[in-house]
Design a protein around this ligand. Structure first.
Ligand code: GTP
Ligand code: MG
Ligand code: ZN
Length: 290
């Protein structure tokens, strides 16, 4: 029988394909190796199976996108997770992750976790900054359960990967989501294996009408763009850039810079602008190193 499904995990030459008949353990056909195509977690595939337990992958459907770290395909959304404290949110890393998502054409959702440890005055201003840029921001806590429903509703129908520094609570939030799913449907989502501590393997977890992927620490840290391009990824600069005297303005030392004026007038968040300068320097020094 030929079935279509999604690769949710790969270990040692075996691929676990989630189909309407459950998970089927598959090997790839030799022709993949010949063509130098390696199936990826996230691939939509056709499998041939006789017993609905094991089988062969016959065909990989065209990928919408492909991440290198973690190696996964067809992702729709990055759930960029930081904790407010323990460890403290690093807004420069947050801005960098947002840009990396944008470069890869993956939409981004921001989770600010561990709000049980602080008062709203600490995180409200941060939420406002990123909401005003058009992002969905979810203040959340695994302890109080605040924000979990909002997160869950934003995962439906999508393949989302959780990314953010180690210890911010990505795996904890994923557990909360899976527990809701288990309670609501009365069945366990088809988990294959579960590490106890820091997350290592790449595994798509089926949730109601969607998939989630946990990643260890940061998924990807390298910003691989030309320094002159960086300004285009700061949404908040749009509308102020036309006030710059020079169209080539990169908003650093140029006179009559619309972006710098907007920062001075409080129209662009100061922290965002200083992260821009930091990332610009990072790109410059990467270039020098090459
Ligand atoms: N107070 C509080 N602690 C939390 C919350 N969420 C997670 N933690 C704790 O933070 C620690 C790290 O949580 P993890 O879920 O393992 O973090 P992670 O982001 O998956 O970390 P890595 O897998 O290393 O990338 C654990 O001790 C959690 O119990 C929260 O909402 N509030
Ligand atoms: Mg984890
Ligand atoms: Zn400028």
């Amino acid at each position: 029988m030929i079935l279509s499904g999604r690769i949710v995990k790969g270990i040692g030459g075996f691929y676990y394909v989630n189909t309407e008949h459950g998970i089927i353990e598959c090997r790839a056909r030799g022709k993949f190796r010949k063509d130098n195509i390696k199936p990826l977690v996230g691939d939509n595939v056709d499998v041939d199976t006789k017993n609905l337990k094991d089988g062969y992958i016959l065909n990989i459907q065209k990928r919408k996108n492909e991440l290198i770290r973690p190696p996964v395909s067809n992702v729709d959304q990055a759930v960029i997770t930081f904790s407010i404290i323990n460890p403290a949110i690093n807004r420069r890393q947050l801005d960098k992750m947002l840009i990396i998502a944008e470069i890869n054409k993956i939409s981004a959702l921001i989770c600010l976790n561990k709000i049980d440890l602080v008062t709203p005055e600490i995180y409200d201003p941060i939420c406002k900054v990123y909401e005003s840029l058009g992002y969905i921001v979810i203040p959340i806590s695994k302890i109080t359960g605040e924000g979990i429903d909002k997160l869950k509703s934003n995962l439906l129908g999508k393949t989302s990967f959780f990314t953010g520094p180690s210890g911010v609570g990505k795996s904890s939030l994923i557990n909360c989501i899976q527990n809701i799913y288990t309670q609501e449907t009365g069945e366990l989502s088809p988990k294959i294996s579960r590490g106890k501590h820091t997350t290592r393997s790449v595994e798509l977890m089926p949730i109601e009408n969607g998939y989630i992927l946990d990643t260890p620490g940061f998924a990807s840290l390298n910003l691989n763009i030309d320094e002159l391009e960086l300004r285009h990824y700061f949404r908040d600069f749009k509308g102020h850039e036309n006030n710059c005297r020079f169209t080539s303005c990169i908003h650093v030392n140029e006179p009559d810079c619309g972006v710098k004026n907007a920062v001075l007038n409080g129209l662009i968040d100061k922290n965002r602008y200083s992260n821009y300068l930091n990332l610009l320097n990072e790109l410059k020094s990467n270039k020098r190193r090459k």
